[in-house]
Design a protein around this ligand. Structure first.
Ligand code: FO1
Length: 311
């Protein structure tokens, strides 16, 4: 079995590729971008994987359901409610069912399994924790006002000046037993090319996870979200800087070096890694392929490289 640590729109491409070429996979999903909105519990990273594997994802946006309509949102606007988070009519069904099941007392893991089955996804999508904790941006506004990640990026369009990023309530979070079990039994663990601070970071930061990943570091392979010292997509560079991690290949290698003894970078970065970085990390095996997944053929090609070299 291959387990993928995933979160955000960058990760789903590799999850899809690995599912196409290998099938026996499991996904451990970030949950720190979850939030309550209009009385509904929204789990964007879980849903992106679920929609991605059931061929429902809007691939152009990277989130939500393809062919979506926004009647609900238009009526919320009419009644004067917040519409900065684009909840589509079809997508809304997932949030309503999830919230209903939560209120009936089910855990997020159970609910995700129920929803996955209904959407025809037959691999485990495991929330890293059943506890709610969330990525919050510490801003320079109003005495270090905390703003949820979704609000920061979507409502304020990343326009508030950023001081730090914290995972609020993470100390109370516990790694789910299903996650522990799949991490132990997997022959290979892949860290997807997601944002190191807002997608993968919150998975690694759950108490106990660092020790587990360190223990499994020989069977962990990290796929870089950075090519030519630029983030492939999204706000990784801004968030890494806010955490005082240089948004470079070197910064990334240093960030993951305790947890991953195998790292995949793009071919264009071979010279830089071999000349400037490799000698400081003798325990890490670096490999170089095309990691830009701009279509499904490239998703499968990267997945095939991973399976044939590391499994
Ligand atoms: N991202 C946006 O940039 N704007 C949106 O309005 C938006 C709505 C949305 C609705 C459902 C969903 O599952 C995801 C949505 N996303 C939206 C993406 C989401 O904010 C991010 O992909 C993740 O939270 C990053 O981890």
């Amino acid at each position: 079995m291959i387990t993928i640590l995933a979160g955000g729109t960058g990760s789903v491409k590799l999850v899809r590729g690995l599912y196409n070429v290998f099938k026996d996979i499991g996904v451990i999903s970030n949950v720190a971008d979850n939030f309550w909105h209009h009385g509904l519990y929204i789990c964007p990273d879980i849903d992106t994987i679920m929609y991605g594997l059931s061929n429902k994802l809007d691939k152009d946006r990277g989130w939500g359901i393809k062919g979506e309509t926004f009647n609900f949102l238009n009526y919320m606007k009419l009644l004067g409610y917040d519409t900065w988070f684009n909840l589509g009519d079809k997508d809304l069904t997932t949030h309503i069912v999830r919230t209903r099941l939560l209120k009936e007392g089910k855990r997020l893991s159970e609910i995700t399994a129920i929803l996955s089955k209904k959407y025809g996804v037959h691999i485990p999508i495991l929330p890293v924790s059943d506890n709610h904790y969330e990525t919050n941006m510490v801003t320079n506004e109003d005495d270090n006002k905390l703003v949820h990640l979704q609000e920061y990026w979507i409502k304020y369009k990343g326009g508030l000046s950023l001081k730090d990023i914290v995972y609020k309530n993470i100390k109370q979070a516990k790694i789910s037993w299903d996650c522990r079990r799949v991490l132990e039994k997997s022959k290979l663990i892949v860290i997807a090319p997601g944002n190191p601070i807002s997608s993968i970071g919150p998975i690694i930061a759950v108490p106990g996870m660092k020790n587990l990943l360190h223990k499994y570091r020989n069977k962990i392979v990290m796929v870089s979200p950075i090519v030519s010292n630029r983030a492939v997509s999204g706000p990784s560079e801004i968030y890494m800087r806010a955490k005082n991690i240089p948004p470079t290949i070197e910064g990334l290698v240093s960030f993951y070096s305790k947890f991953s003894n195998n790292m995949i970078f793009d071919k264009v970065d071979k010279v830089e890694v071999e000349d400037k970085i490799k000698s400081a990390y003798p325990q890490v095996d670096f490999s170089f392929v095309n990691i830009m997944m701009n279509d499904s053929r490239k998703e499968s090609a990267l997945a095939r490289h991973i399976v044939s070299n590391f499994y």
